[in-house]
Design a protein around this ligand. Sequence first.
Ligand SMILES: *[C@@H]1O[C@H](CO)[C@@H](O)[C@H](O)[C@H]1NC(C)=O
Ligand SMILES: *[C@@H]1O[C@H](CO)[C@@H](O)[C@H](O)[C@H]1NC(C)=O
Ligand SMILES: *[C@@H]1O[C@H](CO)[C@@H](O)[C@H](O)[C@H]1NC(C)=O
Length: 607
Amino acid sequence: MLLSVLPWLLPSALAAQPAAPAPISAPLRDLEIGQLNFLHTTDTHGWLAGHLQEPSFSADWGDYISFASRMREKIEEQGRDLLVIDTGDRVEGNGLYDSSKPKGIYLSEILRHQHIDVITSGNHELYQHNTSEAEFLTTVPNFRASYLASNIDIYHPVTSELVPLAPRYRKFTTKNQGIRIVAFGFLFNFNGNYNNTVVQPVEETIKQAWFQEAIQMTDVDLFLIAGHVPAHSSEYRAIYREIRKFRWSTPIQFFGGHEHIRDYAQYDSKAVALASGRFMETIGFMSIDGLSTSKQPDTSSNPVFKRRYIDNNLFSFYHHTGLDHDSFPTEKGRNVSRLITDARRALRLDTVHGCSPRNLWMSRVPYPHADSIYSWLAKEVLPDSLKDENRGSVPAVAILNTGGIRFDVFKGPFFQDTAFIISPFSNKFRYVKNVPYEKVQLIIEVLNKQKKVLGAPREDVASLDSLAPPEKLSHSSGALSEQESMAAVYGVASHQVPLISRRDDDSIIPGYTTKDDAGTDGDDTIHFPVSYYEVPNVFQALLSADESSPPETVDLVYIEFVEPYLALAAKFARLDADIPKESEEYMPSMGMTELIIDWVQKHWKCE
Ligand SMILES: *[C@@H]1O[C@H](CO)[C@@H](O)[C@H](O)[C@H]1NC(C)=O
Ligand SMILES: *[C@@H]1O[C@H](CO)[C@@H](O)[C@H](O)[C@H]1NC(C)=O
Ligand SMILES: *[C@@H]1O[C@H](CO)[C@@H](O)[C@H](O)[C@H]1NC(C)=O
């Protein structure tokens, strides 16, 4: 019996962050423990305090440390093995990382306490010169022997020599079963990194001698490929094919991420890939049975893979470990929860700037909509607050990418933390004078069309998809049909359903209802679906002007991030202005995050 219903409500204040809401009981599917078991996180983006306004995801990194340790006890008691994996994008996206000076000093101290067996870099670790150096000088040594970088090099901060960010691969044998594993750590073919790192295309890496030797080693029971790479991707397919040229039947387990979705890919009956969501919402679980081992090397292996996406809350953790609030936490887990509380206090992340009168959604409602976060920005925040003194009342149109906004706003207190969560990028504004309003509209239209409209983008400009939130990426990956991939994001039924806020059944609450290559039974918690709507790549706000009689010419204001795309679209629209040469700063003292905080302080009083 996989399904067990535990219909009690947990008393509150059990979650380790004092401000975290208690999880809500819900029907759960059990974990199926195998010979070899894995716990996986990806794209945590600094959310190590968990979600303080969402009960389903309210456990923190300290709780996860207790969970991994209790699962290990339970699994090792049976003579089996557990490995813990993280596949990158640990940085940027939450005040716990972004608001310290320098960034990340608290985060890396918190992170290091989890025992991780294979850990890799994401693209966010490589955007800035000093972020990748911090990775090289702090995180790599903190996870010595576990950190793998199969296709990333860095110019050494001291010697300036080009060196691997971390070891290319690792061969090890599991403690209890004696499973012989060759593990790699990849990043997708990313080219937005700062020039102190070099990301080698996966297709080139797999031709190199060291990789060829590693995959042709004998006495390997499992190839383990961890990476900041989508589960369904050409990069993983290339690695899969290369291994299968030489090892047609050795089991392969991939772990991936980047798209922020729960996903599972079956490459063949012995090769699968798991992606475990984003933002500490999901702890991915995998088990494999039927592997050969150093003790039983000759069994022809017929592996059985099982996957589960665990909602990151204590209700799930207690259930899967069979423990309760007294027996579950470990001393180390408690210590780390306390570290997080102390860091949040030091960073004043609990400071309340105002109170939101309603929920504002990124993708649970269409755009435009009264409850859309983009409509709120376009109709209220930007017209009220985005003003350049020197431009007086010259009308303007501001263009922002939807991907610059990273999360929903919930009804209730708007914390310092909330500002960093919804707008982690400290982007400033720029503008071009005297642009015909009609041309601005054409530019926006171009930016919101498929990339083919622009022809081949410049080498250094990634596709237009980069303007939208990463969740939208999975739609254009081609791996799933449009409707399936829409469903994959929040696991929504393919047709668009109205926002469900009420409970149809007392024990079932809205959340992930994932559909992947193995079916619809992956989520540990049985939910009913949350609606999902596509949003455009960019949206616009009209400033100092009335929509009913649009001005003839305007200041074309834009957020810095869109500049290279805008320059291309402007050419396409035959705009007679050289961007960025003829652009200037707009409201120079303000970035997007400060602008939002400023508006909330003025407009959203708490009762
Ligand atoms: C990198 O430099 C920026 C700009 O000076 C600073 O805000 C940030 O804290 C630095 N990040 C790290 C990881 O040192
Ligand atoms: C990297 O970019 C900086 C400018 O941001 C430039 O000064 C430097 O020469 C570049 N280094 C290399 C190795 O291309
Ligand atoms: C937890 O913190 C206490 C107090 O700082 C310390 O004495 C103890 O060794 C820590 N325990 C673990 C397992 O880290």
